[in-house]
Ligand binder design. Structure first.
Ligand SMILES: [Zn+2]
Length: 189
């Protein structure tokens, strides 16, 4: 369901007043409208149909070597503060007869990232959808991001990167496979 943009606009107006601002001053007149549109876009993952994203670009392939897609740009909002976290996502999988089209994994990442998220849950969800939608033999996902809620407030750790990973199938069962994944994405296991 599409969000009620008018309603968000009026809430943002209220918020500006609560924060001590004058929503009628020149620079802020259109801010509620802009914020409503931005929030609607940044949460469009809730309204994306996973079947539509997944089913259109799957290809049959008999080879079973590891497929790696590195450095997928990732932008999300932390659900605790509704502030951005952003960085990169690396995905590897060993196909069980089906592979993803080239741009598909990036769209899958977006579908889950464009919501209010926890980094750990995002990592698991991407790993799960990769495994299940192509019946992969194994999958690994690593996410490296910086959280504005840490950088701008609280502990103010400006340079810390938070890393999460999730492995399943043969990536979980075989140390050699897991090591191959981490080495191909340029990280230590
Ligand atoms: Zn946060």
């Amino acid at each position: 369901m599409e969000p009620d943009v008018r309603k968000i606009e009026s809430l943002v107006r209220q918020l500006l007043i609560e924060l001590g601002e004058d929503p009628n001053r020149e620079g802020l007149v259109k801010t509620p409208q802009r914020v409503a549109q931005a929030l609607s876009f940044l949460t469009h993952g809730y309204r994306t149909d996973p079947d539509e994203v997944i089913n259109q670009a799957l290809f049959t392939q008999t080879a079973s070597s590891m497929v790696i897609v590195k450095d997928i740009e990732l932008y999300s909002l932390c659900e605790h503060h509704m502030l951005p976290f952003f960085g990169r996502c690396h995905i590897g999988y060993i196909p069980g007869g089906t592979v993803f089209g080239v741009s598909k994994l990036a769209r899958l990442v977006d579908m889950y990232a464009r919501r209010l998220q926890l980094q750990e849950r995002l990592t698991e969800q991407i790993s799960k959808v990769v495994m299940e939608s192509i019946n992969a033999r194994g999958a690994g996902v690593m996410i490296e991001v910086r959280h504005l809620c840490m950088m701008m407030r609280g502990v103010e750790k400006q340079n810390s990167t938070m890393v999460t990973s999730s492995v399943s199938g043969v990536f979980r069962d075989s140390l050699a496979t897991r090591e191959e994944f981490f080495s191909l994405i340029g990280r230590r296991a």
